[in-house]
Design a protein around this ligand. Sequence first.
Ligand code: AMP
Length: 194
Amino acid sequence: MSQVRSICVYCGSSDRGPAAHRAAARHLGRLMAESGIQLVFGGGRVGLMGTIADSAMQAGGRVVGIIPEHLVRAEVGHADVSELIVVANMHTRKEIMFTRADGFVVLPGGPGTLDELFEILTWRQLGLHDKPVVIVNLDGYWDTLIALIESMIETDYARPSFRDFYTVVGRVEDVIPALRAATEPRVAAQTARL
Ligand code: AMP
């Protein structure tokens, strides 16, 4: 993609993961800000999502958080970002995160992160968008996920072309180059069908 302006990062809402993951989230937030790339995220202060948002803000970046009203307390709605959008429900959050981004990055996380990753991949599989998805496999965190996808392909529950819907990188330094190297989307996002 010649122009990467705005990237949505999906990541964990837990603060209890490895310190190396928090350091990576900080690093990615800074790299995005320094590259003039807007961060779109889930809008909370907790976990890696709070870490990456703080880091991008401190480095002078633009940060947009989208949070459902019912999670403002649980995920500590982040008031110190460029724009905080409070929405009625999870679906609206995901839709706005999708429409505001040119591409998606997945850092380590839990069930919510996986839900977001598979939604974006299956929307791509259905031809509803063609925006790039980069999975950051820090210290092999996502090895078992990648193995599961390979097993689905092996068993014919997923097509081999499913591999084309994401790129795996091992380091945050490789995220922005991977997004820039991605093919320009060939289809317009079909937001009305999400
Ligand atoms: P987690 O990876 O479980 O820490 O969640 C990361 C983020 O995903 C949190 O902000 C959750 O609110 C969000 N999330 C999105 N969709 C879901 C879902 N269907 N179930 C749980 N969390 C979700």
